[in-house]
Design a protein. Sequence first.
Length: 166
Amino acid sequence: MKKTAAWAAAAMMAGALLTATGSAQAEASTGSVRAVDTAHSSKRVAGRYCLANDWGTSRVSAKPCNPSDQGQQWVVSGHQIALAHARAYCLANTWETPEVAVKPCSSGDQGQYWNVSGQQVSLNFAPAYCLANAWGTPAVSTKPCAASDNGQHWVIFNDQISLALA
C-alpha cells in the first residue's frame, strides 16, 4: 500500500512537471524524459523549438515544436538517432565538418553515432563535439562542446528532441 501511494505521488508530480507546456503528456512509468541535467532540472518539459528534418530532404534545423510534424519525430536506438517514420534515415554529422543532416543509416558512418548525456548530445567518436543550435537561428550543426552554450542543451521528450533552454 505504501509503495502504491509513493508511485501515485511520483506520477502526479511528474505529470505536473511534464504538462507545464500544455502539450506534454507524462508517462511516469516509462520515463519518457530521457535527457535531464540536474543543473537545469526545472527544464523537464519539451521546449519550444525542436530538432527537425525538412521531410523528403536531408536538411536538419530547429523549428517551432509541432508534435504532428513527422520530421520532428525521432527514435534514439543505441547510439543512433533515426527518423521515427523513416527508420532507415539517421541524424548524421558529415565527418570533420560541422554539417548535420539526415542520411541513410550506415553502421560504418562514424558521424551517425551520438551519446546522449544529461542535456548534451555529442558525437560518439569525437566526444568533444556536440549537436548545437546557433542560438536565435534555425541552424543546427556540431561544434566544440560548451556547457555555457544555450544551443547545446537538448531534452528528449517522447519522440521529440527540443532545445531545453528555449
